[in-house]
Design a protein around this ligand. Structure first.
Ligand code: 13P
Ligand code: SF4
Length: 368
């Protein structure tokens, strides 16, 4: 079907693409999309920048993109406009002969990088010695394939911000306590909403390799939160909320559950990327919103809803830098190579990681 050139190596963007005009690049994407037709599929996360987002065959949050990728059986090439863990998930869920490509291999995720498999194996060993066989692991999809495989192997599942409550409830039906990787905030916010008290939660510090817990009896711990976070969503603060409350009397505040517990508690509403989009879409003209999520999405919502007043909860917020690595020059470059039948920067999850990670994803997708 194609030549796979240095599939796993990050290649440098050729000079040619740095000198092409935006119009030329857009024209090339259109031509190649037309030429390859349904052999090419471009799923795009809502946090992608507009220059790329305009070419999405489908746009979605992590959950939707995972589902859509698995349904596109006719696509030979899936050019994933998102970050590395999302492309890995697409590869795990698609057929063996489908090729998933990430236009820039440096589009990683700082949160996913906060839990590596060696740290996780060591943590699990220690936690098993403390708590015995009472723990089920859950991992946010924002994690490496190796972590998903670890979770799959130990009876656990993946979660996204759209289904975290369902999955945490499911986990408590399986075991007495859970280990939630790698985002402490999503884990804490979700468990708290389900009635787990803050003093029933502990933090696992993967650097110090210790359990951080203020209470006196570890037996009371129900949720162990991995000490990871999203460097974008952690930048929304309670000070930002105070400012909006003082400046804009009628403004509602909605945030993503990757924000800290304090921020989520002070906001008017919280939910996944998809929930935020739906809430803004369904709100009446004239309504006012401060949004605590990634900036490319907030800017797009501002453009799409001129009848509403929308601002970022943090006026100094930047887009997610790794999401932004996927730009028009990288997209054109990858597509021009595909047009010639050449593949670079393929994302391929090898066995047995793939099989085990699929188990964890499958336990989540049964509820979708
Ligand atoms: P969702 O798309 O699941 O809302 O996740 C947000 C995010 O940070 C993606 O990297
Ligand atoms: Fe990772 Fe946060 Fe960027 Fe999402 S927004 S890719 S969680 S760093």
């Amino acid at each position: 079907m194609s030549n796979v050139l240095d599939a796993f190596q990050k290649e440098l963007l050729p000079e040619k693409y740095k000198n092409m005009s935006a119009e030329e690049m857009e024209q090339r994407v259109k031509e190649i999309k037309e030429k390859l037709g349904s052999r090419l599929y471009i799923p795009c996360h809502h946090y992608q920048k507009d220059e790329v987002f305009q070419f999405a065959d489908d746009a979605g949050d992590s959950l939707k993109l995972a589902q859509l990728s698995s349904e596109r059986k006719e696509a030979d090439y899936i050019v994933f406009c998102g970050v590395h863990f999302m492309a890995e998930t697409a590869d795990i869920l698609t057929e063996e002969d489908q090729i998933v490509i990430l236009p820039d291999l440096s589009a990683g995720c700082s949160m996913a990088d906060m839990a590596n498999i060696e740290q996780t194996e060591r943590a699990w060993g220690k936690l098993q010695r403390t708590f015995g066989d009472t723990i089920i692991p859950l991992t946010y999809v924002n994690s490496t394939a190796a972590i998903k495989a670890f979770v799959g192997k130990h009876g656990g599942a993946t979660v996204t911000s759209s289904n975290a409550k369902t999955m945490v409830k499911w986990a408590f039906e399986q075991k007495k306590r859970l280990l939630f990787l790698p985002d402490q905030h999503l884990g804490r916010n979700t468990a708290y909403d389900l009635g787990v008290a803050l003093d029933e939660m502990a933090i696992w510090d993967p650097i110090e390799e210790t359990l951080v817990f203020d209470g006196d009896n570890v037996e009371n711990i129900k949720v162990i939160l991995w000490k990871g976070h999203c460097s974008v969503h952690e930048k929304f603060t309670t000070k930002n909320i105070e400012f909006v409350r003082n400046e804009y009397k009628n403004m509602k505040i909605i945030v993503h559950p990757e924000c800290t517990h304090e921020v989520v508690q002070l906001a008017d509403d919280a939910g996944s990327t998809n929930y935020i989009i739906q809430t803004i879409e369904n709100s009446p003209a004239g309504s006012e919103w401060a949004i605590g999520t990634e900036m490319n999405l907030v800017q797009r919502l501002i453009k799409q809803h001129p009848d509403k007043k929308i601002i970022s909860l943090n006026p100094y917020m930047c887009p997610c830098l790794t999401m932004n690595r996927i730009d028009l020059p990288h997209l054109v470059w990858i597509l021009e190579l595909l047009e010639e039948g050449n593949v670079i920067q393929q994302i391929k999850v090898e066995e047995p990681t793939k099989k085990l990670a699929k188990l964890a994803l499958g336990r989540m997708l049964q509820f979708a």
